[in-house]
Design a protein around this ligand. Sequence first.
Ligand code: NAD
Length: 349
Amino acid sequence: MKILVTGGAGFIGSSVVRLAVARGHAVVNLDALTYAACLDNVAEAARSPLYAFEHVDIRDRVALNRAFAVHKPDLVMHLAAESHVDRSIDTPGDFVETNITGTYNMLEAARAYWIRAGKPAGFRFHHISTDEVFGSLPADPSVKFSEESSYDPRSPYSASKAASDHLVRAWAETYGLPVVLTNCSNNYGPYHFPEKLIPVVILNALAGKPLPIYGDGSNIRDWLYVEDHADALLLVVEQGVPGRSYNIGGENERTNLELVKTLCAILDEKRPKESGSYADQITFVTDRPGHDARYAIDPTRIRRELGWTPSVTVEEGLAKTVQWYLDNEAWWRPLQARNGVGERLGVKA
Ligand code: NAD
């Protein structure tokens, strides 16, 4: 299969690119290379003859049409997006342009290409989205997001992703475009950009800096190892039923405070401080406006229908992630210096 992956130089997209090439797929990585991109994430895959790169902005429809015409993909996996909630509060317009208009451009370019190609039966447009479109859950652990949950986005980021989900469904209903959608919980793992919570905590801990936690740290997120997400995404694009959406999550709910304490405990083992614990560096900071209380995914559909299960527990995944950051300073150090991202109090919602 030839897969056009947008956002393949980002955190999750690069995991998809690496896995797809390793499984023998041809991959066209289409990316505008914003501040969040890093082509080193796909350096090994890029050595394969199966890999091609297109430096294209999804806001540029002409360039998208050309990329479809040149590469003739069998499948499209659309991950390119502005993805950081805190940035969406500062500069919401970027999120509207890339996440909404950019997705509209992708749908139109894909539809024109699909029609020209004679509407091949196996073609899929896979839109990758977030659980944040469903809003915030009460504390009751029996209540989780399902594919039938109603949309209730509350940040500029989640509102822009919700809008893009609606466009994708409309293109399926109105034009018959064969789409699949996925909504996933918070990802973590190798190559996570140093402005997001888990890398901020690991890198600030090592640097002896405060470990910032919004509010009282009681906000709950459901964590999934990025490579397990990439595996689920390839399963959905290859075997998902057109028109259907699938929720993806690791069933690993943790409060932000529990998560940070777990990371500190792993670091205490792997790189002990001269005295005390890394947890001593925890600092509570003013809460983010509109901070959603709890997200939790019910992944029953993807488990039952497609047989997907995560390969690691959250404890294993976090230990692997900490070790990866300890081993890969050459990757994160230059990115941290870029845009002063290490200074942001980033806590991805
Ligand atoms: P990321 O910010 O790490 O990467 C985004 C990539 O998209 C970057 O390589 C960037 O250069 C590219 N990009 C941004 N604007 C572009 C544009 N206008 N044209 C072309 N390329 C552009 O994001 P991520 O965390 O890997 O998330 C990928 C997707 O998965 C997003 O759609 C996001 O909404 C979704 N998602 C993320 C999470 C998470 O926890 N990170 C969870 C669920 C869903």
